[in-house]
Each structure stands twice: as structure tokens, then as C-alpha cells.
Design a binder for this molecule. Sequence first.
Ligand code: ADP
Ligand code: MG
Length: 439
Amino acid sequence: MEKNQPIIKIQNLRVIYNQGKSNEVRSLEDVSLNIYPEEYIIIYGPSGCGKSTLLYSIAGLQMPTYGEVTINEKKLSQMNSNDKVILHQVGTGMIFQSFYLIPSLNVIDNVCIPKTFCGIKRKERIEEGMKLLQRFSISEQFKKFPSQLSGGQKQRVAIARALANNPQVILADEPVGNLDSESASNVMRILKDLNDIDKKTIILVTHNPEFLHYADRVIHIKDGRIIKEDVNVEKRPKEVIKKELFVGGETEPPKELEILMRTFKNLSSQQRGSLLIPFKAKQLLHHVLSQITDEQLKSAENLLTEFLFNNFGIEIFKKKLDAGFDKGGANWNKQRAKRFSRRVQAIFEQVAILKKDPEMAPSYLADYLINTFGFKLDESLRMRFESFLRLRINNKTDKANFKKSLDAPVYLRGLGLNKNTAEKIAMEVEVIMLLNYSV
Ligand code: ADP
Ligand code: MG
């Protein structure tokens, strides 16, 4: 497939239910939209505006009344039933608001269903299915039936099922509409990772504005029409944006913008007015705070996520931090990459100690913190420090109180550290506790 080609092309799509009858509904009116590989698209609009109809048209589950949908340069209207079966098996994965798990099958069999029809051996199917369940932290439930799971767990099973054949595109119809807010964030985070890390193209339908920030591009729909498009992150090929934007008049972006775009890769000519302000704020923050661009930071975050998934060890992590964007790296310089990975490694050593030997951890942690933040304690204060650390490790206190005990004067049973150091130590401990936390 050519790089600049949309993965999904929707041209003048119209869907009319019960055409010509008294109960005729015009669900979609002349919708045209191109979606490019690796984009995260949210289709947003009020209930009844035609979002699901649009998604099902992309999935090949709804026939257009007029217009055309093309996937990977194949027109859905020209696909025979065999092509469509292949599309549903390996081209797109779908998840729904009400999960649609099969009640009579257990979790692992639900996940492996799409593989059943692909001629893969059962043992292999189960192994791969279990890997997906592990990734979404539901492998322990593999023998349970859907009725024994919470909503959030059901949706994670449904996501695993949608991924079973490793499709390029994930379609999600109000996937968190039935979930409490915690499970909802969890599922939204998973979908974001599938886009960021696995490079899946995501098309998600929602009527909830709370989730819009997850998307690269938000398509606003009203009464069956696209009324607006917001771009958070531009993933469309540059040449395409130029073409789409400067039709008729100029054929190039203004020189000023073009030069800026060479530095700020996520800047695009779609970002105008109010969309430009958050972008400027972010760049200014990164520049002043870390002297690192948004893109370098984002890539580093992705690498850290992969590292946390154990996809590679610290040495590879360091190399990738330093490698250029074109090599899948974060384009940092060597010195910074070295310093940063050393720091990460040191933190992980503390996490490992905490996991292995919580009894001894306060003592190791005290050494580590004293070294890292360069302060001195006499023997009795050091004992005090360890006892504070023990309280935090055993969840007998929280960050705020832990920090207070660090900067309280010695005669008030504190350590008498200055506020800044106390904050840094307390935050370091919180991060270690977070990294150690798992469910
Ligand atoms: P949304 O997902 O945005 O809530 P839908 O795409 O489900 O909207 O529906 C758009 C419109 O089409 C609504 O007026 C709905 O009642 C109508 N509609 C959807 N499916 C059908 C159908 N199978 N038959 C008739 N009308 C339908
Ligand atoms: Mg709907």
C-alpha cells in the first residue's frame, strides 16, 4: 500500500433506511472522509446523528444507499462474500458498547473465536489468546464465563477478541458507554496504547466529550453530516494535508509555517486559532522545563511503556532513546539518554528490592534517597527516616504526611529537611510505590 494513501476512504456516503416508505430515515447525508494509517479518529455527535451507521458502513455491515467505502484500496461494493469474510477476520476488529461476548463460551474461547476460522491449531490459538489476556490483566479469568465478569473485564475480553487476528483497524462503537468511570478510563487507555504502541488505526464512536482528547482527529457529526473537524495531532502525510488545505488557492503552506513545521513535527496547518494556543503552551513548557520537544518526549514515553511491558531491557531502551525518529527512536542525544536510563534503572532497582524484600526495603531505600538527593542524617535521624519510609511502604501514611514528617523540625519528631528536598524525596517514593503497584 502506498504510504500517502488513506487506509479508509469514504466518498459521498449516504445511508437511507426504509427508502421511499413512510418511515424513511436519512441516517447519513453525503459524508466524505479519508482516514490514514495509524490515525486515532473519534466520531463524535449527539445520539441518533448517524455515528453507528457510519461505523457499520466502514465495517461492511451496512450497505451504502449511495456512495462508496474503500478499505486498503478495495471497494466494499466490489467485494464478494469471501473478501468480506477476510475483511472481518483480519482487516478490522470491532468492539461494542454491550460487548457481545458469547455467553455459553468461557473467556479464552470467546477470545479465540475469530481464530477458529483461520485454520490455526487449537493449542497455538489458546497460547496467543492467553498472551492477549495477560496483556489486559484478565488472564486469571480465562475459564470464567462472561456472566461472571465485571463490565470492564468483559470489554477487555472483547478487545482481546478484536485483536485475535491482529487487524490493522479497530472499530469501537461507544466502547465505554456501559462502564463506570474507572473502567472507562482503563479501556480508553488500552485503546490509546493500541494506537501508540501497536500502531493500530482506531475509529471510535462516542457521544461523550470527556474522551475527545484521546483522538488525533475528532470528526463532529450532526444530522448525518460532518459539521466540523478538530485536529489534536496530525498523522496524515504532509503532502496530503497540503493538497487538502490549499485547494484552489495556494498550493503550498505559507513559508513561515512550512519552516516551523520542520522543527515542530506535530504542528499542522489545520491548527488555527484556539487549537494553536494549547500547542504553543505545550511547546513552551517542554522547552523551558526540559529542553526537549513534544515529539521527543512522546516517543520517550512510548519507549518507557514498551520497557514496562518488558518488550525490551534497559540497554535497548537506552539505545532507542538515542536513536533517530526514523529508526523508531526518541532522537535524544547520547548524554541525555545515558543519564536518563541510568536514573530509570536506579529507580527500578528500588522497585525490585521493594518487591523482593519489603522488610529490608526501608534501609536500602534510605541509602538510595540519601545518595540521590545528597543530604546527611546522623544515626538517630536515619533510624527515624527508615521508620517513616516503613510507614509509607506499608501504606500507613500517604505522600502528604510522609513529606510533612521529612520537613518538620527535628524537635517536632521530623527530619528537618528543607521543603524542596522533602518534596523530591516524597515524590521519588511515590513513583517507586506506583511502579511496584499492580493489580
Ligand atoms: P447514533 O449511533 O449516532 O446514535 P445511528 O447511526 O444509530 O445514530 O442512527 C442514525 C439514525 O438512523 C437514527 O435516526 C436512527 O433511528 C436511524 N436508524 C438506525 N438504524 C436504523 C435501522 N436499522 N432502521 C431504521 N432506522 C435506523
Ligand atoms: Mg450509536
